[in-house]
Design a protein around this ligand. Structure first.
Ligand code: ADP
Ligand code: MG
Ligand code: MG
Length: 252
């Protein structure tokens, strides 16, 4: 589904990703953990197609397509959801209107018919019910004045409505309290599906206590240095990132 091979990425003179390889399986929740500054957000940003990153080597294929050759909108149409594309505030633009436009742009790019307002409203109601969300954020401006938790709720709601095959969430360490982490975790758990993969990027082991990923990868110094099951997150919590750096397996 997603295959990253030997990815090298520079910002300016500095190499940040140094030969990163990673493969995601369909229908699985993969977590990426790693110390601060390891390159986790850089990886998310590169997959999102954000500017300012120099890809000097390597490849990323998604469902057989060259992801790096696609524009951000084309990536979305191909079924990739990138949470950080949306937390921007767009004051005065109605949240529901924005989401319908995003969904219909994707459908159009795939050659599917656009949803009219009745069909869209039906989907919105289904997703609100599935997630047990209220409709209070829908008529506000996109992320306008949203709290950290409200932004997270909106992000999960966008994910639910857009129904991507691959959802990439960068849960940056700053400003997320335990309620917001739980909200993200509950959302991911509710939206887990055989036809959908998640790439959850986090510094926090705590998030993974609620999500229980199928696969855990450790990113350190620009590469994936360890891959394992959920127990890997627990080992990291216990031993810290130092034992990964030392490439030492702890005693059982
Ligand atoms: P993480 O998300 O794992 O904490 P980042 O991907 O944000 O790590 O950053 C990796 C390293 O690259 C850090 O040392 C950071 O300072 C550096 N870096 C990231 N983006 C930029 C940038 N735009 N300009 C310069 N350095 C950057
Ligand atoms: Mg960081
Ligand atoms: Mg980060």
């Amino acid at each position: 589904m997603l295959k990253i091979e030997n990815l090298h990425v520079r910002v300016g003179e500095r190499e940040i990703l140094k030969g990163l390889s990673l493969e995601l399986e369909p229908g699985r929740v993969h977590a990426i953990m790693g110390p601060n500054g390891a390159g986790k957000s850089t990886l998310g940003n590169v997959l999102a197609g954000r500017e300012g990153y120099d890809i000097t080597a390597g490849s990323v294929s998604f469902d057989g397509q060259d992801l790096l050759a696609l524009e951000p909108e084309e990536r979305a149409a191909a079924g990739v959801f990138l949470a950080f594309q949306y937390p921007v505030e767009i004051p005065g633009v109605n949240n529901t209107y924005f989401l319908r436009a995003a969904l219909n742009a994707q459908r159009k790019a795939r050659g599917e018919s656009e949803l009219d307002s009745m069909q869209f409203l039906k989907r919105v109601r289904e997703k609100l019910a599935q997630l047990k969300f209220s409709d209070t954020l829908l008529q506000r401006g996109v992320n306008e004045g949203f709290s950290g938790g409200e932004k997270k709720r909106n992000e999960i709601f966008q994910l639910a409505v857009l129904e991507p095959a691959l959802a990439i969430l960068d849960e940056t360490d700053s400003g997320l309290d335990i309620d917001a982490l739980r909200l993200v975790a509950d959302g991911v758990n509710t939206l887990r599906d055989a036809g959908r993969s998640f790439l959850v990027i986090t510094h926090y082991q705590r998030l993974l206590e609620y999500i229980r990923p199928d696969v855990v990868h450790v990113l350190a110094d620009g590469r994936i240095v360890e891959t394992g099951g959920p127990e890997l997150a627990e080992q990291l919590e216990e031993h810290g990132y130092a034992w990964i750096r030392e490439r030492r397996v702890p005693d059982a």
